[in-house]
Design a protein around this ligand. Structure first.
Ligand code: HEC
Length: 114
């Protein structure tokens, strides 16, 4: 009986520690949304792919958070950039806008060729 309790206790402790560890490694808000819905076209780090790189060129639709949120909501007419306002919540859109700005800020020197 005592050993069973001990076992249960250490299993509980194990999960508590794992929980702590994974909480520390948690991605910034918006990262999940970005990876799931946007990275296929925009690249994992905004380097582009199906969409133009947002690291090396000026953002055509504007680079303020407000402008980015607007673009995400409404999309860009006549391009594959669709409107996301019915797909994502207001919170997700704001978070993913923040995340794009974060990626832009920490633009890795190695991938920028001019
Ligand atoms: C199917 C491909 C595709 C997906 C998926 C996609 N985009 Fe785009 N996105 C584009 C293209 C192409 C453009 C460039 C449009 C243009 O020519 O101005 C663009 C442009 C943008 C811009 C404006 C860039 C600028 O130059 O001002 C933002 C912001 C943006 N996308 C955010 C997102 C976010 C956030 C997501 C995910 C929720 C997303 N996109 C998903 C294809 C995509």
């Amino acid at each position: 009986m005592a050993t069973t309790l001990k076992k249960l206790f250490s299993i509980g402790l194990f999960f508590l520690v794992m929980n702590r560890l994974s909480a520390q490694k948690q991605n910034p808000p918006g990262a999940d949304v970005y990876m799931n819905y946007c990275s296929a076209c925009h690249g994992k780090n905004l380097e582009g792919g199906q969409a133009p790189s947002l690291l090396t060129s000026k953002w055509k639709q504007g680079e303020t958070k407000k402008a980015i949120i607007q673009t995400i909501k409404k999309g860009v007419a006549n391009t594959s950039m669709m409107a996301w306002e019915n797909m994502l919540t207001e919170k997700q859109i704001e978070a993913v806008a923040d995340y794009m700005l974060l990626l832009k800020k920490k633009k890795p020197a190695s991938t920028s060729k001019g």
